[in-house]
Ligand binder design. Structure first.
Ligand code: PMT
Length: 414
């Protein structure tokens, strides 16, 4: 962080006390730090504390001629290499998302070309509120361009006694993100998954009945492809074993197209032949296939109807977990009721490290939708991911999976 110019924006929220530690860590690492506080932020923590920790006067008002004569808002906006808004309250996120410039912090966020990291902090109901979620979604293109970064929120017990997502990340975690982001070379984003091999199954399978008919499901492949794209963007070597879908192969990903569950199993086995770090089973694999596949197109059976005897397909993700060739095995559980309970059962019976519980009873998430909302079940507890685009969600899931891989590797070495 040496000589990095970091502007810390503090808005109104109880988590503001953590920002003092963030400023201290940034300073200790050699960064130049300037603090901008909103009126709400200054109600939670004294500007004097931040002035002492940052070694610079704290900026609070837009229309202050003395301050503007010192370092004005445009100069501040140009000065920063990185802006971290911590805590980013629901109100600030709403104003930021709409491009408002009605105080010093929101104004310089509009005027800057530096990347802006938001560390959301609010009550879980406020975070879940569709208006807050709409505001977050509206930042999607800024996030994809790298102009806006979302760090958190965490999930857990809140100051008000509620439990759920909305806790600001701890100062140490934010500092680590800032360090990762700045890397050694400056503004370039490092590729944290460089050298990590990831194999992902995606899409549906088709189980042939005869040469022209098959049994399948509604998986579009969007979730699995988004995971492949996110892993590749993070620097991983990615093999995508895909059922029949109409999506283009994400950049930097090696794709193997298959049709049936048996073909998917074979491709998955080949992909992990030389071991892999993370295996993710996002595919909706048919549990059964017709026992006999007719060589010729089947003829109508008349009034008697048609009985097709089915035989069970091998379980791909359980086979991979059993093989011991993947260091971290992650399944998905598509459920329509008792979602997390059934997902936990699958985690145990299939011998997985993690499972992503997906409520597919809701058409807006799950099969063939652009958005998803899931619960990641880990050995340490559950993390909820609220409804968001599959692309954004995929980046967060990849990050969480990689963090589990690191913990598992560390525990193995110890
Ligand atoms: O493709 P989209 O339209 O974007 O939709 C995404 C999705 C809903 C398909 C995805 O988010 C999801 O939930 N994928 C898992 C679907 C599924 O088949 O779940 P399941 O609960 O039946 O299976 C549990 C796990 O076992 C899954 O990881 C599955 O890939 C795996 N499995 C299942 C059967 C089998 N024979 N082999 C397997 O590997």
């Amino acid at each position: 962080m040496k000589e990095r110019k970091v502007l810390v924006g503090i808005t109104g929220g109880i988590a503001a006390y953590k920002s003092a530690q963030l400023v201290r860590l940034l300073k200790k690492a050699g960064a130049q730090v300037r603090v901008v506080m909103t009126e709400g932020g200054a109600a939670f923590i004294s500007p004097l504390t931040l002035q002492a920790l940052s070694g610079n006067p704290v900026h609070q008002t837009l229309l202050d001629s003395d301050a503007e004569a010192g370092m004005g808002h445009i100069e501040l906006a140009k000065w920063a290499d990185l802006i971290i808004i911590a805590p980013a309250s629901a109100d600030f996120i709403a104003r930021f998302a709409h491009g408002l410039a009605n105080d010093l912090l929101s104004t310089l966020c509009l005027a800057t070309e530096a990347p802006i990291a938001l560390a959301p902090a609010m009550n879980q109901a406020m975070w879940h509120n569709p208006r807050t979620q709409r505001n977050m979604h509206s930042l999607a293109s800024d996030i994809e361009r790298g102009q806006v970064l979302i760090w958190g929120p965490d999930s857990g017990e809140q100051a008000c006694g509620d439990h759920g997502p909305g806790r600001m990340l701890e100062a140490e975690a934010l500092f680590e993100r800032a360090q990762d982001f700045c890397g050694d070379t400056g503004k370039e984003k490092p590729l944290p998954l460089h050298g990590v091999k990831v194999v992902i199954t995606a899409g549906p399978t088709r189980e042939a009945i005869d040469p022209v008919r098959y049994i399948s499901n509604h998986s579009s492949g969007k979730m699995g492809y988004a995971l492949a794209e996110a892993a590749a963007r993070a620097g991983a070597d990615v093999i995508l074993v895909s059922g029949p879908v109409s999506l283009a192969c994400p950049e930097g990903v090696s794709r193997v197209m298959v049709s049936s569950a048996l073909e998917m199993l074979e491709a998955a086995n080949q992909s992990i032949a030389s071991e892999c770090d993370i295996f993710i089973a996002a595919a909706a694999v048919a549990d059964y296939r017709p026992e006999v596949v007719s060589d010729q197109k089947m003829k109508k059976q008349g009034d008697e109807g048609l009985v097709i005897r089915m035989t069970q397909n091998p379980d791909i993700v359980a086979t991979v977990a059993n093989s011991g060739r993947a260091r971290l095995v992650v399944g998905f559980a598509a459920e329509t009721q008792d979602v997390t309970a059934y997902a936990e059962k699958k985690l145990r019976t299939k011998g997985l490290d993690l499972i992503v519980a997906n409520d597919v009873s809701n058409n807006a998430i799950g099969f063939n939708s652009d958005e998803n909302a899931v619960t990641l079940i880990t050995p340490h507890g559950q993390v909820e991911f609220v409804q968001q685009s599959k692309r954004l969600l995929a980046a967060k899931l990849i990050e969480a999976m990689y963090s589990e891989l690191k913990q598992k590797n560390k525990a193995k070495k110890a």
